[in-house]
Design a protein around this ligand. Structure first.
Ligand code: AMP
Ligand code: MG
Length: 504
C-alpha cells in the first residue's frame, strides 16, 4: 500500500461536481480558460497555502500552469470549468444580464474549513463578457490580491486570494497594460444578482427555487427548519450583511461599487475594484472616481446594503405563496432586523475601538463626539484610533501621542477628560486597554499609495514589494518594527492625486 501523500506536498483535491454544475445548464456555460503566454508568478499567499495544505504545490510548474488557466483541473475525471450567469442593479438601475465576464469557476476543492470554490479572475472571454476582453490587468489584480488577504487578516469576511499569475500579454485600458490572473477562493461566489437573474428572466420559478434550495442546504441549513425557509434565508443574509457593513465602517473600508452583482449571498466582501481605506476621516469620502453622485460614499454603505437587500428580496418574491400572507410584507419583515443589527454591531465595534469593556447609554455621545472631532480636523482614521490606545488616564498626562493628531487641541482635551472619566468609572487599566485596542485598531491598512508603489515596482518586473506589503498586511495588528515607516504613516502628498476607477 502507498503511504499517504504528506499534506503539504499534495495538489488540490478537486471535487467532481461543483455546486453550480450540479444545479444545471441554466446557471452558466461550461468552457475552458483561454491560455496566456509567457506566464510567471507575481505573488502567492503562503498563509492561505498553509491553510489549504498546498505550500509545496504552490511553488510548482503544475500550479503555475493551472492558475494561469493554461491547463484544466482534473479530479477523478477532467473537470469542466464554467462561467456563471447573473444579473444585477448597477448604480441603482437594473442592468439586465451580467455574469462572470472574466471569471471562471475552476471547481471546488476540499479544505479543512469545508469545500471552497476556486475561481480564476481574468481567464479570458466568456459568453458574459459583453464589451469586455475577459482579462484583468496586473494593477487591479495586485489590488484585489492584497486587499482580500488584508481584509481576512483584519477579521472581516471576504473572498480569499491565493496567487497572481502575470503575463506579458497586452491588455488595453486607458493605456496598454499587461494581463494577470488572480486565483480567488470562497465557499461560494453566489451573489444577490444570481437570484435577481432567475427572478427577472426565467419563465417559471424552477431555477430560482433550485438556487435558493441549494444555498439554504449548503450555507444556511438552519433556515431549512423555519416555517418559511425563504424568509428565514433573507433574514439570515440581512443579518450577515449588517455585520459586514459594521466591519467595513469600523475599519474605514470603502468598497466603491456596491452594485447588487457585487454583493455576496454569504455576507463576504467580494469584487475588489476601486476600493479604498479612509485616510483623513471624511464620512462623505468617495473612493470610486467614476461614482459622480457619491452613491457609494463611505457613510452611505450601510443604507446601500439595505437597498441591495430589497433587490434580493424582490428576487425572492416569486417563491412566496400569497396564501401564506402578503409576500411584500413578509419580505419586509424578514429584512427588518437589519437596522437594529447594524446599529448594535457598529456600537459594539466602536466601543471596542475605544477600549470600553462595558456598555453605557452615554457611550453613543462619547463615540459620536470623537468621530465628529476627527471629521472636523480630518484626522487620519487609522493612525488616530491606533494612537488612542496610548491615551493615559493618569492625572496630568499630556497625551501628546494622540492629542497632536487633532487641530483643535482644546476640543480634544475636553473630550479626553470625558473619556478618562468614563474609563475610570469602569475601572479600566490603561495597559490592558491598550492591549485590547491594539487587537482591534490595526496599525496597517492597504492605503492606495502603498498598493500603488507595489504596482509600479511590479510593472518594472520587481514583485518583492507586493510580497513585503502582503506580509505586513497579514498581521495588521502587530507592530512590525522592521516594516518601512511609510506603511503606517500619513499618505504622501502625491497620493492625494491618485484616482481609482472601475477600469480594471
Ligand atoms: P465589476 O464592475 O468588475 O463588478 O464588473 C461588472 C460586470 O462586468 C461583471 O459581470 C464582470 O464580469 C464584467 N466585466 C468587468 N470587466 C470585464 C472585462 N475586462 N471583460 C469582461 N467582462 C468584464
Ligand atoms: Mg463584479
Amino acid at each position: 500500500m502507498n503511504a499517504p501523500e504528506p499534506l503539504a506536498t499534495r495538489a488540490p483535491r478537486w471535487r467532481d461536481l461543483p455546486l453550480l454544475h450540479r444545479l444545471g445548464p441554466a446557471f452558466g456555460t461550461r468552457l475552458p480558460p483561454t491560455p496566456l503566454p509567457g506566464v510567471h508568478w507575481v505573488a502567492r499567499s503562503e498563509a492561505l497555502a498553509v491553510e489549504l495544505g498546498l505550500t509545496d504545490w504552490l511553488h510548482s510548474n503544475d500550479a503555475l500552469a493551472l492558475l494561469a488557466g493554461n491547463v484544466q483541473p482534473t479530479g477523478s475525471a477532467p473537470i469542466t470549468t464554467m462561467a456563471s450567469v447573473y444579473s444585477g442593479h448597477q448604480f441603482g438601475s437594473w442592468a439586465g444580464q451580467l455574469g462572470d465576464g472574466r471569471a471562471l469557476l475552476l471547481g471546488e476543492i476540499d479544505s479543512p474549513a469545508g469545500a471552497l470554490e476556486v475561481q480564476l479572475k481574468g481567464a479570458g472571454l466568456t459568453p458574459y463578457s459583453r464589451m469586455g476582453d475577459g482579462r484583468a490587468v496586473l494593477r487591479s489584480s495586485i489590488r484585489e490580491f492584497l486587499c482580500s488577504e488584508a481584509m481576512h487578516a483584519l477579521g472581516i469576511p471576504t473572498t480569499r486570494a491565493l496567487a497572481i499569475v502575470g503575463s506579458p500579454a497586452p491588455v488595453r485600458r486607458e493605456t496598454v497594460e499587461t494581463a494577470a490572473v488572480v486565483t480567488r477562493l470562497a465557499p461560494s461566489f453566489i451573489r444577490f444578482g444570481h437570484f435577481e437573474h432567475f427572478a427577472h428572466t426565467a419563465s417559471d420559478t424552477t431555477a430560482l427555487r433550485a438556487l435558493t434550495d441549494a444555498v439554504i442546504d449548503h450555507f444556511y441549513p438552519a433556515c431549512r427548519d423555519a416555517p418559511q425557509p425563504v424568509l428565514a434565508l433573507l433574514e439570515a443574509v440581512s443579518r450577515r450583511t449588517a455585520t459586514l457593513m459594521a466591519d467595513w465602517q469600523a475599519v474605514g473600508f470603502c468598497h466603491g461599487v456596491m452594485n447588487t452583482d457585487n454583493m455576496s449571498i454569504l455576507g463576504l466582501t467580494i469584487d475588489y475594484g476601486p476600493f479604498g481605506f479612509l485616510d483623513a476621516f471624511d464620512p462623505g469620502h468617495i473612493c470610486n472616481h467614476t461614482d459622480n453622485q457619491g452613491r457609494y460614499a463611505f457613510a452611505r454603505q450601510p443604507s446601500v446594503a439595505f437597498w441591495n437587500l430589497h433587490a434580493l428580496a424582490h428576487g425572492l418574491m416569486p417563491l412566496l405563496d400569497p396564501a401564506d400572507g402578503d409576500p411584500a410584507e413578509a419580505l419586509k419583515a424578514a429584512m427588518a432586523p437589519y437596522k437594529a443589527m447594524f446599529a448594535e454591531a457598529m456600537q459594539a465595534r466602536l466601543r471596542a475601538k475605544l477600549g470600553l469593556a462595558t456598555a453605557q447609554d452615554s457611550d453613543t455621545d462619547l463615540i459620536d463626539d470623537l468621530l465628529r472631532l476627527m471629521a472636523q480636523d480630518r484626522c487620519d482614521y487609522t493612525i488616530t484610533l491606533r494612537a488612542l490606545g496610548r491615551f493615559s488616564t493618569a492625572a496630568g498626562a499630556d497625551n501628546a501621542a494622540v492629542r497632536d493628531w487633532f487641530v483643535d487641541r482644546a476640543a480634544f482635551d475636553a473630550w479626553g477628560a470625558r473619556y478618562a472619566a468614563r474609563l475610570q468609572a469602569e475601572g479600566s487599566v490603561d495597559a490592558d486597554r491598550r492591549a485590547r485596542m491594539d487587537r482591534i485598531n490595526p496599525k496597517f491598512v492597504l492605503r492606495n499609495h502603498l498598493a500603488e508603489t507595489a504596482i509600479q515596482q511590479a510593472r518594472a518586473g520587481d514583485f518583492s514589494e507586493v510580497q513585503r506589503l502582503l506580509q505586513v498586511l497579514q498581521s495588521p495588528f502587530d507592530e512590525h518594527p522592521q516594516a518601512p515607516a511609510a506603511y503606517a504613516a500619513l499618505p504622501p502628498d502625491w497620493s492625494t492625486h491618485l484616482e481609482v476607477s472601475c477600469s480594471s
